[in-house]
Structure formats: C-alpha cells, structure tokens
Design a protein around this ligand. Structure first.
Ligand SMILES: [Fe+2]
Length: 194
C-alpha cells in the first residue's frame, strides 16, 4: 500500500497510475520531469500522485543505488547520502538508512515529502497540533520495502525502525519553508524550529 499523510495526521491511501518511462530512466531524466511537474501542478497531493510512479520506475532502473548506500552511523543511528545537489538547488534527494532501535525526532518537513522504502520496515507515528505548541498522537502505520509514504507540509511524524534489520529508503522533499519546520516535544508540549 501507498500512503498520504495530511496536515492533521490522517493516513489516506495514495493511488496513482502506473507509468512507463523512456528506458533507461536515469536520475537526470527523473529530476528534469520532477521540475516540470512542480512547475505545472500546484497542489501537493496531486504533485505526489504524479511523482510517485516516476519514483517507482526510477528505483527499478537504478540498481546503482545498492552501491550508493551508506550503513547507518552507530552514534547517530542513521546515515544520509545526497544523490544530487548543486548550489541553491531547492529539492532534497537522498538515501537514508536507520539502525535497528533508532528513532527520529517528532517533526514536520514544511514541504511535501516522499519516502520509498527499499529495505526493512519503518513504523511512522502521526500527531496533530492541538493548542499553542501542543500535539496529540492520532495514529501510526508500518511501511515496508516496496511501499511509498508521502507527506503534506504540515504532517507531523516520527519514525522508528520496525524489526531487526537496518532500513534503507529513498527520500525526496520539496523546497523547505524553514520558518514553518518544527521539532516537537510531546511531553513538554513545545515546538522549536530546526
Ligand atoms: Fe520526516
């Protein structure tokens, strides 16, 4: 299954049409089409419905990603490899790996996001804002290799490895609106920019 998480933490199924690329579907072709989609479509969910099938085809073609993977750092519990960047490039294209037992902060991304699981399983927990900087947990979803989970800019989540094997995922994010990006403390009911 593939998912779309709303600003209020609602987990909805994301349906998209299969799509056939010009073979081979190289990273530069994918990134060029990504630019075109972002130029032509303004709605975040519709963008993700257009981007997701292209991500799936890219991941099928890009067997070289196996060698781009970096094992998770034992101290931080994760690793991040940027697959493409250039000065002032506004998008984030990464391979991310988490060590079993590791978990992220509770955060939003302040832009649309897409995570395609390549190996292992992640448990996503979802929150929604209440009053002030307060949040309350509203649900969770386990996402495993072969599945895609997408996020609206205000979606608040925390991920942790589900199971005993490290996770590897392909992560894609739009242009971050930094003043709207927060890490949350669910106990203290506080939020801070990061
Ligand atoms: Fe995240």
């Amino acid at each position: 299954m593939n998912w779309f998480i709303t600003d209020t933490g609602d987990c909805q199924s994301l349906n998209f049409q299969a799509w056939q690329p010009i073979q081979p579907y190289r990273l530069y072709r994918f990134l060029t089409e990504l630019d075109d989609i972002l130029h032509e479509i303004e709605d975040d969910r519709q963008r993700l419905e257009a981007i997701a099938p292209r991500v799936c085809e890219f991941l099928e073609t890009a067997t070289w990603l196996d060698t781009a993977y970096v094992p998770p750092d034992p101290q931080r519990g994760c690793s991040v490899s940027n697959l493409y960047t250039e000065p002032n490039y506004p998008l984030t294209v990464q391979l991310v790996s988490w060590h079993p037992g590791a978990k992220s902060t509770i955060h939003n991304h302040a832009t649309w996001g897409l995570v395609a699981m390549l190996r292992g399983c992640e448990r996503n927990r979802f929150w929604r804002r209440t009053t002030g900087d307060g949040i309350e947990e509203v649900g969770d979803r386990i996402v495993c290799a072969g599945e895609v989970i997408t996020f609206s800019p205000g979606a608040i989540h925390q991920i942790e490895v589900f199971g005993d094997e490290p996770t590897i995922s392909f992560n894609l994010y739009g242009e971050t609106d930094f003043p709207r990006r927060f890490q949350f403390d669910a106990i203290a009911q506080t939020a801070e920019n990061f």
